[in-house]
Each structure stands twice: as C-alpha cells, then as structure tokens.
Design a binder for this molecule. Structure first.
Ligand code: GDP
Length: 460
C-alpha cells in the first residue's frame, strides 16, 4: 500500500559494492524498468522471460561493444529488497567497467540513485521498519569487510596457482597432440595418452574441489546455517538471546531467505549465521537424547555448524564424550560450549572436562566469554572448516567457468575412453584452456601455443 502511495515511476541505478577496485562489483537497479533496461544490455538471454531469484551469466553489450562478462541476479517485485523489480549485475571490479555499465543503464532509462534511496524505497514499500533500515548500513559495512577478506584469501590462496599449473600442463599436451596431427601420415604418437588420462583425472578432482568450495561464496552471501542444540535447560534460549541482543541481523534483505525454516540471523563479524529451525529444536524437549531420531539428525546434518551447549554441572565427561562421538561419526561440524561455568568457576570445569579438547566455558546468563563464542564461530568459517577445501571460489563468474572446465574435462576423458582421434581431443582440451583462461585472466592465445609448439617441432 505504501508502495502505491510512494508511487515511484523511475528506475534507479547505483554501485552497490564499495567504490574502488575489488574482485567483483555489484551494480543494482530498482524500479519498474529494471529488468527491461538490463535486458536491453544483455543479449545472451531474454531476462524478461526469466523467473525471480535466478542468476544469468552473459555479456553486457552497449552500442555493439562488450563491456564485461557478468552475472545478472533477478529479483522480481515484490519479492525483492526494495519491493520493486530489482536487478543486480555482478561485474568485474574495475572502476572503469563499473562506470561504463552504469552509464549504459542510464542511457537506457535509469537514473542515478541518491544515497540511501534503495533503503528508502524498501522502507516506503513496507519491506523494512525504521530500525531495520538503520541497521542496513551496518550490515553492508560488515558484509563487505568479510567479502573483502575472502577476496584477499582468494588472491593469496592456491586457487590461481593450481589453475595456472593445470593450464600449463594442458597446453603442453594440447601442443603435443597437435604436433601429432602434423605427422599424421607417419602415424606417430608424441602425446602419452596414459599421462594425459592421469592428468585429466587429477584435474577433475581439483576442479571439483574448487566448484565445491564455491559454497564458501554462498556462506558469505547467504550465511551459515547454524543449529544451537543441547538438552533442555542447558541455556540455549539464554545464549541465543544474549547473541541476538548484540548481533541480530535483518532477514528481509537477504536474498533467498527461506523464512519458514530460519528464525533468526546473527551477524558476527560480517558473516551471517542463520539459526536453523531453532524453534523446532527448542520445542522438542529431548532433542539430544533422541539424537538417533532421524529427523533431528537431518536438521543437524543440514547445519553448517552445530553449536552443542551443555550444562557443565549436569553433564558428565562421559555423556559429553558420547555426544562428541555421535557428531564425529556423522561428520557434523560442531562447537562445544560448556554453559553455566559461573556456578563453580571456569577453572573447576576446565579440569573436570580436561579430557575433552576444545570446550569453551561460558556463562550465557552473566555474558561471560560470549565474545569467545563469536570468535570461535567466525574462526570456523574463516578457516574453511565449514566447507571443505582451502582454496575458495567466491566469484560466480569463476564458478560458472569452472563448471565449463569440468564439462570439457569430462569430454576429454570420454573422448579418450572412446579412442577419439587426436584432433577431436585437442578441441576439447582447447575448450578447457579457454575456460581456465577465463578464470586466470589469460585468454587462450594462439601465439603461446605456437611458441610451445616450436619447442617440440622437429625441424620439419
Ligand atoms: P534451554 O532450555 O536450553 O533453552 O535453557 P534456558 O536458556 O531456558 O535456561 C534454563 C535455565 O538455566 C534458566 O533458568 C536460565 O536462567 C539458566 N541459565 C542459563 N544460562 C545460565 C548460566 O550461564 N548460568 C546460570 N547459573 N544459569 C543459567
């Protein structure tokens, strides 16, 4: 209703990420023409025909010139941050590209947003209340801090090294196979098929790991599903309230939030921790006792992190150990927290539970060591504990390219299984190289191949 009253006719556009150079930048449009405008610049697909909450990979083309390869996220109104049609264009982080895309949007009918205008629209369309609107700024600040950190990790990490290495090896093979083609009438095989097969298999494992690590990207974007479990009266509600008082995050502006299963969202150091089905877990009195019960275990397995809270006075070392064993056996990523340590003092319990490593002793009631809980949660995410792999793919463009690499690798392997001739294999390898180059920034280049070729050329 307010939306109607507010009656926004125009479509606004702005850079949603911090200005400057970053790994990726997001340009956001909101308003009734947001999808139409983006569609005009996105020849790859008809965006107007796409459903809400979908991602689309393609190029932004303006006046016949490709500005960038981007991922477009669609949020059709009213299921969007502002309640209007919203489009987010994730492009490369160069300020030049950002400006070009924004200019193109303006040329197609958008107008530059004023500071806070998206949030203002969200508020006027009844999407946020005023306190929520105010806390958006905090969330944005911390979110970008965390994104920044992963971006840094990505640069430092083995990610690009691993891919470069893989690319080098494939280039060598590609040139060897192509060399064979030059000598086809002599029926020589320079490229060792067995080695190629091994290389491709190893590459597939590696690429799959990278694809899996994209989950980390989702962690940054969508939060970590977290379950706080423990026996009744362990202090779960108390801990939850303590955490929420300081760290409650707004749910309404997080894309794809499934409101029915998520009760609360914590914002700790810029990472969103979504407390999954806490209500359900709190209601069932004997959650942990009946932990064998399929449903509870499913919930726990769904969680990226399980916070297991126990009353240090009520539980014996054996009982806690038993619980730990269950978690370990089912591959649950858990955090052990001994609550009510205020009663006899931390030292007492530290010695009582000395046999169990990694227990944090806290008092939810007196707010003692709550910071340690937050640090531990954050550490789990940052250290990559939450999902496997220490190299991290956060960029949706890289993710899409990796999937293409995987497809091409599969084709190479299948081709070898079917004893395809070298020229066909070479095609698939080149496709791999192309997509790898898309990620590492080295576009497959004939000169390079030629150079390597020349090294093997036997003075023909
Ligand atoms: P839940 O059933 O696990 O959600 O437990 P509650 O949060 O409802 O807490 C159960 C009882 O333990 C309440 O009476 C709390 O006041 C009390 N309690 C919770 N945390 C602490 C603590 O750190 N120290 C002490 N002494 N009591 C606590």
């Amino acid at each position: 209703m307010l939306g109607k009253l507010a009656g926004f006719d125009d479509t606004i556009v702005a850079l949603a990420t911090a200005p400057g150079i970053g790994a990726i930048a997001v340009i956001r449009l909101s308003g009734k023409d947001a999808v139409r405008i983006t569609n005009e610049l996105f020849p790859s697909k008809n965006l107007e025909a796409q459903p809400t909450h979908t991602l689309h990979f393609g190029s932004i083309v303006y006046q016949g010139r490709i500005l960038d390869e981007v991922v477009v996220s669609l949020y059709r109104g009213p299921k969007s941050y502002t309640g209007e049609e919203v489009v987010e264009i994730s492009c490369h982080g160069s300020p030049y590209i950002q400006q070009q895309i924004i200019d193109a949007c303006v040329a197609c009918g958008a107008r530059l947003a004023k500071p806070g205008e998206f949030t203002q629209r969200a508020f006027l369309n009844g999407k946020l209340d005023l306190t929520q609107a105010e806390s958006v700024a905090d969330l944005i600040a911390s979110n970008s801090a965390a994104s920044h950190q992963t971006a840094m990790q990505q640069m430092r990490g083995g990610f690009s090294h691993a891919l470069k290495d893989l690319r080098e090896q494939l280039i060598t093979f590609s040139s060897l196979i192509e060399l064979e083609l030059d000598f086809s009438e002599e029926d020589v095989a320079f490229a060792d098929r067995t080695r190629l097969y091994t290389l491709v298999s190893a590459a597939m494992t590696q690429v799959q790991q990278l694809i899996d690590s994209f989950q980390m990207g989702n962690v940054i974007k969508n939060g970590v599903s977290t379950a706080i479990v423990g026996k009744p009266n362990a202090g779960k509600s108390t801990l939850l309230n303590t955490l929420l008082n300081e760290n409650r995050a707004i749910v309404s502006d997080i894309a794809g939030t499934t409101r029915d299963t998520i009760e609360e969202v914590l914002n700790i150091g810029g990472i969103l921790f979504r407390l999954i089905d806490t209500a359900g877990i709190r209601e069932s009195d004997d959650t942990i006792e009946s932990i064998g019960v399929q449903k509870t275990m499913e919930k726990i397995r769904e969680a990226g992190i399980v916070v297991y809270l126990f009353d240090v006075n009520e539980m014996s070392v054996e009982e806690v150990q038993e619980q730990v064993d269950v978690f370990v056996a089912s591959g649950v990523n858990y955090l052990l927290i001994g609550n009510k340590a205020d009663i006899r003092g931390e030292e007492f319990y530290a010695s009582k539970f000395a046999a169990i490593p990694g227990v944090l002793f806290i008092s939810a009631k007196t707010h003692t060591h709550i910071q340690e809980v937050k640090d531990a949660l954050l550490h789990k995410v940052m250290s990559g504990d939450v999902r496997t792999g220490d190299t991290i793919v956060t960029n949706a463009r890289h993710y899409a390219a990796l999937q293409e690499v995987m497809k091409a690798l599969r084709d190479v392997k299948a081709g070898m299984d079917r004893q395809l001739p070298g020229d066909l294999l070479a095609l698939d390898i080149r496709l791999c190289l192309h997509w790898l180059g898309e990620i590492t920034g080295e576009v497959t280049n004939e000169d390079r191949l030629d150079y390597i070729f020349s090294k093997f050329c036997i003075g023909k």
